[in-house]
Design a protein around this ligand. Structure first.
Ligand SMILES: Nc1ncnc2c1ncn2[C@@H]1O[C@H](COP(=O)(O)OP(=O)(O)OP(=O)(O)O)[C@@H](O)[C@H]1O
Length: 252
């Protein structure tokens, strides 16, 4: 049963006289419980696609439905409510608030949902251990490193147990140990039923997913499924596809 359906999605940006067709024609279905990586070269349209799925941007054409809700028909107020209730974000520009300490930043979405403080603490405990952020919870976002901020942002996204977790380069600012810890956590929440969609340039990160989509010039160009393969074999296929994509283009 698809949680997310895109049909012929287009997004054109107008800059003065110039038009940039960031997304030309994207159709795809993502099932509940899936774990999808989106890859492609710089400028291929990955972030544009993610922003549309996140209801942060509207397509210029086509249809997008998340859990039967037509996302192009949401006004800003309803989009904000929908995001809060259904989505979790691990995005590049973190959006952590400098006026709150890290713990309160993580709690923010639960505060908005009027959760009890004890419940928030209980949820934070295992996440903080796994992400190794226990020591920095009382500090402020401007007092920690980029990688630490990324882990605080990940905790904030995961604490609401969102149905759909959207991540943009979730391991971009992390060393290999912290990247592995975050991806293990993604594996765990996906195993528990959360759907994950992440944009990444890293073949290692993509090899944790169940399915990898390659975007080129605003279209889906190629797709790989992990299936029963080992992570190493899947990683090798992803790397080969990236090489082919960068040279003359991967075959479907
Ligand atoms: N707000 C905007 N106004 C004009 N053009 C834009 C805008 N946002 C994106 N674009 C253009 O749309 C195309 C796709 O951009 P997008 O950010 O989606 O690429 P990407 O695949 O995420 O790249 P990267 O890997 O470098 O982040 C690019 O040509 C980009 O310059």
């Amino acid at each position: 049963m698809p949680i997310l359906t895109l049909e012929h999605i287009k997004r054109t940006f107008t800059e003065g006289q110039n038009k940039v067709e960031a997304l030309k024609d994207i159709s795809l279905k993502i099932d509940a419980g899936d774990y999808v990586a989106i890859m492609g070269e710089s400028g291929a349209g990955k972030t544009t696609l993610l922003n549309i799925m996140a209801t942060l941007d509207q397509p210029s054409g086509g249809e997008i439905k998340l859990k039967e809700q037509d996302l192009s028909k949401l006004n800003e107020k309803n989009a904000a409510k929908f995001r809060r209730e259904n989505l979790g974000f691990v995005f590049q520009n973190f959006n952590l608030l400098d006026t709150f300490n890290n713990r309160d930043n993580i709690f923010l979405p639960l505060v908005l949902a009027k959760a009890k403080y004890e419940d928030m603490e209980q949820r934070l405990d295992p996440l903080a251990k796994q992400l190794e952020i226990e020591q920095i919870l009382d500090r402020f976002p401007y007092e920690i490193s980029g990688g630490q901020r990324q882990r605080i942002a990940a905790a904030r996204a995961l604490i609401t147990q969102p149905e759909l977790l959207l991540a943009d380069e979730p391991t971009g600012a992390l060393d290999s140990k912290n990247a592995a810890a975050l991806l293990d956590l993604f594996d765990q929440v996906n195993y528990e039923g959360q759907t994950i969609l992440m944009v990444t340039h890293s073949a290692v990160t993509a090899s944790y997913s169940k399915r990898t989509l390659f975007i080129k010039d605003g279209r889906i160009y190629h797709e790989l499924f992990r299936g029963e393969q080992s992570k190493a074999a899947y990683f090798e296929k992803i790397t080969n596809s990236l090489t082919a994509l960068a040279s003359k283009g991967a075959k479907r």
